[in-house]
Design a protein around this ligand. Structure first.
Ligand code: 13P
Ligand code: SF4
Length: 304
């Protein structure tokens, strides 16, 4: 903390000067999560928080699609992303042309797009979803066939929860969660049988089948707080365990975990520069904002 303290102090002072708030995802490093965030949460909580922001400036502690979501919900505010290169393998996996291809293949089927997509993809989707509400959103859609983009594993996991619908999916995956294997988890359990295994739904279905619980990053936090396992393996991004370890001294968090290279591009140094220089403001084409906002608001309406 001694190394981080000057940045934390400077950022918090600049935040007050600029009238800014920091919305930070649960995968941010602990210095950001505990030191400078005004709101922390999973993708759904951050989207809902963005609808309630009073400040004129939002600094997104997260990746580019999250900053776009904040901008779509607050077109008149300045939304800053401290590193424009902070992307996401899922958001890169599909374009509006891909959505059109799926619509042509499955005429009339509603398109449920994960929030991990660009604003342009949201704009051509019927509704968005996050890992916290995907099953609920799919159930709420009319018709037997539902198109889910772009995460094939989230779609396959939802298909198990909602067997009454035929779910078809795009071939995208999260580079952080696709690397976990069921074999690794089985080996881990044989070696340390007293471990509670908690996984994110972006993992492949056979990985989820090995887990004691699967849920969004906020779901994971709630599960740990509720169940207070003695030993927990969080099958997700590494900062999750670091961020909640202090609040749960009775829980031993064990590895392995994987790092998201995009989330890790957001650092205290870059947040300080971002607030100092007011860079980089996220812009979304006004023609895209209205339909993209509709898809996000429909999701929030169904899930709250
Ligand atoms: P949630 O926080 O919504 O579970 O999403 C995880 C994720 O990978 C965001 O990029
Ligand atoms: Fe994208 Fe996966 Fe990183 Fe989340 S963890 S931002 S889904 S690459």
């Amino acid at each position: 903390w001694a190394r981080h303290a000057p940045y934390v102090l400077a950022i918090n002072r600049l935040k007050a000067e600029r009238g800014a708030v920091v919305l930070a995802h649960n995968y941010m490093t602990p210095d950001i999560y505990h030191g400078i965030a005004d709101v922390v949460g999973d993708s759904l909580q951050l989207a809902i928080a963005a609808t309630r922001v009073k400040a004129d400036v939002i600094v997104q502690g997260g990746v580019h699609f999250m900053a776009e979501t904040s901008k779509i919900l607050n077109p008149s505010k300045t939304v800053l992303i401290p590193d424009v290169e902070a992307g996401c393998s899922l958001a890169e996996a599909i374009t509006p042309a891909g959505v059109a291809e799926m619509r042509a293949r499955y005429p009339g089927a509603p398109v449920v797009s994960y929030v991990n997509t660009t604003a342009a993809v949201k704009a051509v989707s019927d509704v968005c979803c996050t890992s916290a509400n995907a099953a609920q959103i799919v159930r709420a859609m009319p018709g037997d066939t539902i198109i889910m983009t772009p995460d094939k594993y989230l779609a396959q996991n939802v298909a198990r929860q909602v067997p009454e619908k035929r779910i078809v999916w795009w071939d995208g995956a999260c580079i952080v969660h696709e690397r976990f294997t069921a074999g690794d988890l089985r080996e881990f359990r044989a070696f340390q049988p007293d471990t509670t295994i908690i996984a994110h739904p972006e993992c492949p279905p056979d990985v989820i089948a090995e887990a004691d619980y699967a849920g969004s990053t906020a779901g994971i936090i709630d599960f740990v707080a509720r169940e207070k396992p003695q030993k927990a393996l969080l099958v997700t991004e590494c900062s999750m365990a670091s961020n909640i370890a202090d609040a749960h001294p009775g829980v031993e968090f064990v590895g392995p975990c994987n790092m998201c290279p995009y989330m890790k591009m957001i650092t205290l140094e870059k947040v300080l520069w971002s607030l100092h220089s007011m860079t980089t403001p996220v812009e979304v084409d006004p023609a895209i904002i209205t339909p993209a906002r509709k898809a996000i608001e429909r999701m929030i309406e169904i899930s709250t």
